[in-house]
Ligand binder design. Sequence first.
Ligand code: DP6
Length: 359
Amino acid sequence: MTDLTGPTSRSFRAVAPSNIALVKYWGKRDEATQWPANDSLSMTLSESQTITTARRTSDGFDSFSMSGHTLHSREDADHKIFHHLNRVRESLNVSGRLEIISENTFPTGCGIASSASGFAALTLASAAALTGESAWDALATRGATRTKLADWARMGSGSAGRSLLGGFSRWNTGEHANAQTIRQEFTQDHWDLADVIVVLSSQEKHTSSSEAHRAAWGSPLFAARLAGVPERIKIVTQAIRERELPLLGREIEADAMEMHAVAMTGSPAINYFSEDTIRFTAWVRKQRGAGNFPAWFTIDAGPNVHLICRQSDASDIATTIRKEWKNAKLIMDRVGSGPTIEISTQFKSACHELTGGLS
Ligand code: DP6
């Protein structure tokens, strides 16, 4: 009988991308079930990834290492990572402890959200290690269909569910918490869009998005935002379907500004913008108005700016930014095909393999 535990057990390596929301998930109707207040739609990225390797261990506890720091479920049982592993085990109806190593291909602590790629990779690697399966079909026969994996991932962090799918994906609230769905709207090949991520500040965000989702309910603007989201999702879907960049751009800028307006007027009020965020977004609009700068911005829960443009324009756009914004760091990302899972010959940190990052 194969020993599934200890250093001889097989390692499973999941590579999961981050995603950038074009229509933001903002506010939860219910926290326990991670039921969002509105539908959201995102573009799965390609370069900004989390690489997570998991294997079974004969230790009586789970461990999770990242950037040289290790957590053990014995001491940190209440950590959300260990809650997540319990959730995956229960959902698969399997037991067994895991040893996990995780790294991001993009620099951590630079204000780029890593929870989407992080929980997507954690879910996939742990499901593979617990079942001993690395093929999508085989995982599905063990109960870990892509739909289920997305559903488990969103319980760890809402936006992570969308990272299980490539291309453009949509998270629907459904009529009740159990009727939520996450599905692919368009494949990666549909439209070769780029995301030039402009890192203006390397500071960690001061308020977690979980707290901010709660604060949204106190904003007098929130009801108006929720009322308008269905129409915006329709327009954004149409813009992607017809590859209408100016239409898409107008809506994603409006959506990001609306989300931040809700945050700024919430209870408590939360401001994720830095002075440079304001200056940079104004500069983008001015550049666009002057011509030769076909890029539109969106901003997540932090001060940094994502510029969505055609892949064929991305390098010119980056050159223009570098000329004027000498201190900004850029990550050149684009639409991606979603996560991968494979058996790994080694159990090691992915650190030395990092390819993406700031330039
Ligand atoms: C601004 O997914 O980080 O990125 O579910 O509490 O973990 P939790 O929140 P999280 O919120 C993401 C908010 C956002 C918009 C989005 O990705 O849709």
